[in-house]
Design a protein around this ligand. Structure first.
Ligand SMILES: Nc1nc2c(ncn2[C@@H]2O[C@H](COP(=O)(O)OP(=O)(O)OP(=O)(O)O)[C@@H](O)[C@H]2O)c(=O)[nH]1
Ligand SMILES: [Mg+2]
Ligand SMILES: [Zn+2]
Length: 353
C-alpha cells in the first residue's frame, strides 16, 4: 500500500510538516459507515471510530479527508487526531431541522455531475449541482448515462451546453461501452473523481464498469415512477486498477445549497451584471422604468427560465442566510448568558461576607 496512489501529494505533505505530527501517521478516509470510518494508511486499511469529541475548527470527517492518526494504547485501534485542511469540499445543507453543513466529498479533483439520458434529465437540477461544484473548488464534468436508452443524445448535449457553458459533457453507456474510454482521462494516478447525482442514474454501475468487476451493488430503477431505489447507502472511495480514485455516493434526493457565492457568480454572473445596470438600485425588476433585466428578457438576451431559476435560488439563499444568522444569534445569546452567570458568580464570591 502506498498513500501516494491514494492521492497524497506535496500539498498535504506541506500541511503535515507545518503541524506537530510527532507520533502521528497520515491516512485517507475511504468509507463512511456512520459510527465507523474506513481509513487507508501506508500499512494497510483500518476501521476507526468516528471521533466523539469535536475536532479543530468543528470539522466533521468526510470521505476523501486526509487525517492524522494516533495510537492511544497498544491494543487499541488508532483514533483521529486532526483533519488536514481540505483542498476542495463539496457541501450541501444537511437534511433536518438543524442549520448544518454536510460535506459530501472532500479533496476531490473532478466531480462527475451525473444525469441519465432516459429519465433523470433536468437542467434546473443541473444548475444546482453546478453551483455547488464551482463552489467546491473541484472541476465539474457533466456525465450523461444510459445513452443506449436515448435517441436524441445530440439535442440533449446541446441543451446541457446552454446551461453549462464551458463544461465538458460526456454521453456514456455502461451497456454498449460508449464514451467510457473518453472519461478515463480524469483518472490519472492519485486523482480523485466523485460521482454525484440522483438515485438510479447508474453511479455504482459506472464504478463497476471502470473497475472491471462487480464491486458494488446496483439495482434496477422502480417501474412505477422510474426512480432509483437508493441502493448505495454510504460513500466510498475506490482505487481503480489502472490508477486514479473514484468515489461512489448515495443518490441525492435534493441538493440544498450551503455556500454559493462563487458558484452563483460563475453560473449567473451575467444576471448580476444586468441587475447592476437597472436604473434604480432597489429595482424589483417588475414594472420599473430602466430595468435592464426586463429589457434583456424582452429581447431574449436573458432566458425566462434562467431568470426564474435565479429568483428561486436567490430566495433559497436568503432563507438560508436568515437561518444561519439566527443560529449565530442564538450562539451569541448563549455565550452572553454564560458570561452573565460567570460574572454573577464572580461578584458573589468576591463580596461574600
Ligand atoms: N440501459 C442502461 N442501464 C444502465 C446503465 N447504467 C446503469 N444502468 C442501470 O440503471 C440501474 C441503476 O443503476 P445503479 O448503478 O444502481 O444506480 P446508482 O446511481 O448507483 O443508484 P443509487 O445507488 O440508488 O444512488 C441499474 O439497473 C443499472 O443496470 C446504462 O448505461 N444503460
Ligand atoms: Mg449506487
Ligand atoms: Zn431591474
Amino acid at each position: 500500500m502506498n498513500i501516494v496512489d491514494y492521492g497524497w501529494n506535496e500539498f498535504f505533505e506541506r500541511d503535515w510538516n507545518q503541524k506537530n505530527t510527532e507520533g502521528l501517521f497520515p491516512g485517507r478516509i475511504i468509507a463512511d459507515y456512520g459510527q465507523q470510518l474506513r481509513i487507508v494508511t501506508d500499512s494497510g486499511e483500518l476501521l476507526v471510530k468516528r471521533p466523539i469529541k469535536k475536532l479543530d475548527n468543528d470539522m466533521q470527517p468526510a470521505v476523501g479527508d486526509w487525517v492524522a492518526l494516533e495510537y492511544s494504547g497498544e491494543t487499541q485501534a488508532p483514533g483521529i487526531k486532526f483533519i488536514l485542511p481540505r483542498r476542495t469540499e463539496f457541501s450541501r445543507a444537511a437534511a433536518g431541522m438543524e442549520v448544518k453543513e454536510q460535506v459530501v466529498a472532500a479533496n476531490v479533483d473532478t466531480v462527475f455531475l451525473i444525469q441519465s439520458l432516459n429519465r433523470d434529465f433536468n437542467m434546473r437540477r443541473l444548475e444546482r449541482y453546478l453551483i455547488t461544484a464551482w463552489e467546491s473548488g473541484a472541476v465539474p464534468v457533466v456525465v450523461l448515462t444510459k445513452s443506449d436508452c436515448c435517441d436524441d443524445v445530440t439535442d440533449k448535449i446541446i441543451t446541457v451546453y446552454g446551461t453549462a457553458p464551458g463544461v465538458e459533457v460526456h454521453p456514456i453507456s455502461c451497456v454498449t461501452g460508449e464514451g467510457i474510454d473518453d472519461i478515463k482521462k480524469y483518472f490519472a494516478k492519485g486523482k480523485t473523481v466523485a460521482l454525484l447525482g440522483s438515485s438510479g442514474v447508474g453511479k455504482s454501475t459506472l464504478v463497476n464498469t471502470l473497475a472491471g468487476k462487480e464491486l458494488l451493488k446496483t439495482q434496477e430503477i422502480r417501474e412505477s415512477d422510474s426512480r432509483g431505489r437508493h441502493t448505495t447507502t454510504h460513500r466510498e472511495l475506490i482505487l481503480l486498477p489502472e490508477g486514479g480514485l473514484i468515489m461512489d455516493t448515495p443518490g441525492m434526493r435534493t441538493l440544498a445549497l450551503w455556500e454559493a457565492d462563487t458558484g452563483m457568480e460563475v453560473m449567473f454572473g451575467d444576471i448580476e451584471e444586468l441587475i447592476n445596470k437597472c436604473r434604480f438600485s432597489d429595482c424589483q425588476h417588475k414594472t420599473e422604468p430602466g430595468c435592464a433585466v426586463r429589457e434583456a428578457l424582452e429581447t431574449g438576451k436573458l432566458e425566462q427560465k434562467r431568470w426564474e431559476s435565479w429568483l428561486k435560488l436567490q430566495k433559497e439563499l436568503e432563507h438560508l442566510k436568515a437561518k444561519k444568522d439566527n443560529k449565530l444569534r442564538l450562539r451569541e445569546k448563549q455565550w452572553g448568558k454564560e458570561m452573565a452567570k460567570f460574572q454573577k458568580e464572580f461578584y458573589k464570591k468576591r463580596y461574600k461576607g
